[in-house]
Write a protein that binds this ligand. Structure first.
Ligand SMILES: [Fe+2]
Length: 143
């Protein structure tokens, strides 16, 4: 049972970022599976926490790269990340407070956000990073 499927067209052509985006896809699917099981609050919360934490880690990595390579549109991109983190943290809080329905809301939000953000926002920093020397490929498989 899969909710989202990774396609090559989502690639930003920087392997580190692609592999992290693929992890987000995997966690979204894990969340979907967990939500499909009845009375599964504990597992849903576990996956939800993992998804929120990983989203924050992934954003931190992108922001770090943008800072290191002095990406001129850093502020705008960071502001988008901050809004998303605010939103998912809000969902997380509501779920913890006992509102089970927000699990599905969060899932839909992340699913709709992910590919749109990759295509419309993330792909914009790629030429700048590559021009300034970011490595597009790993020299070995790291995970
Ligand atoms: Fe981003």
């Amino acid at each position: 049972m899969t909710m989202v499927v990774w396609k090559d067209e989502y690639s930003v052509d920087i392997q580190e970022i692609d592999e992290q985006h693929k992890c987000l896809v995997e966690f979204i699917n894990e969340m979907y599976k967990a939500l499909a099981i009845k009375d599964n609050r504990e597992q849903v919360e576990e996956v939800l926490n993992k998804l929120v934490d990983y989203t924050k880690v992934h954003f931190a990595v992108e922001e770090c790269l943008m800072r290191m390579f002095e990406y001129p549109d850093y502020d705008a991109h960071k502001a988008i990340h901050d809004r998303i983190v605010h939103k998912v943290t809000e969902y997380q809080g509501q779920f913890k407070a006992g509102d089970d329905r927000v699990g599905m809301d969060l899932l839909m939000f992340l699913k709709d956000w992910l590919f749109d953000h990759i295509n419309k926002v993330d792909k914009k920093y790629v030429p700048h990073l590559v021009k300034n020397g970011v490595k597009k490929r790993w020299f070995k498989k790291f995970w």
